[in-house]
Ligand binder design. Structure first.
Ligand SMILES: C[S@@+](CC[C@H](N)C(=O)[O-])C[C@H]1O[C@@H](n2cnc3c(N)ncnc32)[C@H](O)[C@@H]1O
Length: 165
């Protein structure tokens, strides 16, 4: 199922741009997510305005994704909270490991859309959670007191890119 063009309003334009660029890398699910949200159509709109830099930045986004994975591997935590996850495919890869608890978060409309996309690609997983929060909110909305996290174990909090408008 393709997400219709009208869904752009639910998906952050910057998340779409990053998702489009990620399809040119070997990051797992990068291509599938870009196709599901029809990132191509979004970028074609940008190209009409001559403001698309997807090819130049693809290598940057690929490096950023892999660098974060490399740092995470050093800590080997089994509880991960990703902020402003947008269309990053990391949760689908890391939650293949049943002992890992992965929480994706983004603004409410975006995370609802992401949850549907992930469900289409890998189905429901009991160790993969989706939470709609404003990462900049005070007091904090971070879901660290939820019953599916073990308070005795560390939580790795990651964020690849958060653009507040
Ligand atoms: C540039 S995109 C990056 C998405 C993803 N981190 C990536 O690297 O592909 C920015 C993301 O931040 C989210 N965002 C913007 N403001 C936010 C906020 N106050 N709290 C949580 N997420 C936010 C947007 O919905 C969007 O998904």
């Amino acid at each position: 199922m393709q997400v219709p063009t009208s869904s752009f309003e639910k998906i952050s334009p910057t998340a779409l741009l990053v998702a489009y660029a990620r399809q040119f890398t070997d990051i797992p699910y990068g291509q599938e997510l870009a196709q599901l949200v029809n990132a191509q159509a979004f970028v074609e709109q940008l190209q009409k305005q001559q403001s698309d830099k997807s090819f130049e930045v693809a290598v940057l986004f690929e490096g950023r994704y892999k660098a974060i994975n490399q740092v995470m591997a050093q800590f080997q935590t089994t509880q991960i909270l990703e902020l402003a996850s947008g269309l990053v495919p990391r949760s689908m890869v890391m939650s293949r490991e049943p002992s890992t608890t992965f929480i994706e978060s983004d603004l409410p409309r975006m995370i609802t859309c992401k949850q549907q996309l992930v469900k289409q690609l890998v189905g429901d997983r009991s160790n993969l959670h989706f939470v709609g929060i404003d990462a900049t909110s005070q007091p904090s909305q971070l879901p660290i007191d939820v019953d599916y996290l073990d308070s005795q174990k560390p939580i790795t909090v990651i964020c690849e890119g958060l653009c507040c408008t």
